[in-house]
Design a protein around this ligand. Structure first.
Ligand code: NAD
Ligand code: GLY
Length: 373
């Protein structure tokens, strides 16, 4: 049952990475369109990696589509949620691959949100020293961010995404129809990563977000199509310049240094990644003001937008005795930290970001103000 929606109506964004280049296909009906799968690596086995929620919604559609292209189609269902982005879940993928006799002639398909996508990518990077994989993101967050760019990882109890690899997918298939089944809280979490792209790279896109946020919350197809495409274009441009984050790619982590501390400090899964990033962006905007890079109106503007998107803007207290100390300790585990010095993505004009360290007292003030506002 394929091709009700010709994929020619879909839009394509190219990620230019030499021999690792690939396309992001964005549109309605992408999941069951025949053209979505043409030109992918040929293989004896396809392994769909997913979770129970997504499997029940879209597992069969993907399996049917893949049966036209791969002789053997298998599925492994991982436990749902950030708390399961672990070695144990990763091993379930390897167990399924080995017990189904999957050799190097296998393509993995990550069907789900960022948790499934990050784990599947890491499994693909390491299974038999590397097999191809395709991202089929089913959350807004995964469509605009995590499925693109090749960062793959699992969490460690001492730090988020600490174990992983850079490993690019062969294609990203963004079917906009799947956003309709997404719970409202997850839609909001995805909006955080969409909002991010304006301050760091495109002032006009921030204006567009302010004007179109209600349409996005109402899941208007045209608004969603534009938001996903523009986000992917910006991410593609940044990743094409700096695949392994030796420079400019770090700007994609705006809000993430504070955000990762919130996620780890609250216990993975208590705050959604996008919720922590939303609040973290407001904190990073305050730090940008404290560093004299932008004025206070930027904080107010961003805080209003984040709040309108249904995201928290007041930071949680992570430790009643030593809140600042706890934030600092968690942020020192951030991958951007250098010799223990925490580095933050800050904004020096709307549409432009840079990475800077800041005095501990200044960061402490930001944490204190953000936990009270
Ligand atoms: P998620 O993968 O946990 O998915 C959110 C929830 O939505 C899950 O319960 C899932 O089962 C459900 N779901 C997924 N698709 C659905 C659909 N269409 N309808 C109904 N329910 C659906 O969370 P996420 O927000 O997609 O991803 C967060 C993860 O992504 C974090 O682990 C984060 O670290 C990672 N991430 C990675 C990158 C990267 O560059 N690799 C970038 C950003 C975030
Ligand atoms: N989400 C940050 C990055 O891909 O670099």
């Amino acid at each position: 049952m394929t091709s009700q929606h010709p994929v020619s109506s879909a839009q394509r964004v190219h990620i230019a990475l030499g021999e690792r280049s690939y396309e992001i296909v964005i549109g309605s009906g992408v999941l069951d369109a025949e053209a979505s799968y043409g030109g992918l690596p040929r293989a004896a086995h396809a392994m769909i990696v997913t979770n129970p929620v997504v499997a029940s919604l879209y597992g069969e559609v993907l399996a049917q589509a893949l049966k036209g292209h791969y002789p053997l189609v298998h599925t492994v269902v991982l436990p749902d949620g950030e708390a399961h982005k672990t070695w144990e879940s990763l091993n379930l993928i390897f167990d399924a691959l080995l017990s189904n006799g999957c050799d190097r002639n296998t393509v993995l398909f990550a069907l789900g949100g960022g948790v499934v996508g990050d784990m599947t990518g890491f499994a693909a990077a390491s299974y038999m020293r590397g097999v191809p994989f395709v991202q089929v993101p089913t959350t807004l967050l995964a469509q605009v961010d995590s499925s693109v760019g090749g960062k793959t990882a699992i969490n460690h109890p001492l730090g988020k995404n600490m174990i992983g690899a850079f490993y690019q997918p062969h294609r990203v298939l963004c079917d906009l129809d799947v956003i309709n089944s997404l719970p409202g809280r997850e839609l909001s979490a995805g909006l955080a990563e969409v909002i991010k792209y304006g301050p760091i790279a495109d002032a006009a896109f921030l204006d567009w977000m302010e004007a179109n946020l209600d349409a996005l919350i109402a899941r208007d197809p045209a608004a969603l199509a534009f938001a996903v495409r523009r986000s992917c274009e910006i991410k593609a441009q940044v990743v094409s310049q700096d695949e392994r984050e030796s420079g400019v790619r770090a700007i994609l982590n705006f809000g993430h240094t504070f955000g990762h501390a919130i996620e780890a400090g609250m216990g993975y899964g208590a705050w959604l990644h996008g919720e922590a990033v939303g609040c973290g962006m407001v904190m990073a905007a305050r730090l940008s003001v404290a560093l004299g890079l932008v004025d206070q109106t930027f904080v107010e503007r961003l805080r209003r937008l984040v709040e309108r998107a249904g995201l928290p803007v007041v930071a949680p207290v992570l430790d009643a005795q030593d809140n600042v100390g706890r934030y600092m300790a968690l942020m020192r585990v951030d991958k951007k930290a250098e010799a223990g010095a925490i580095r933050f993505v800050v904004i020096d004009s709307v549409g432009h970001a840079l990475v800077r360290s800041a005095p501990d007292e200044m960061v402490a003030d930001v944490i204190n103000v953000s936990c009270q506002v």
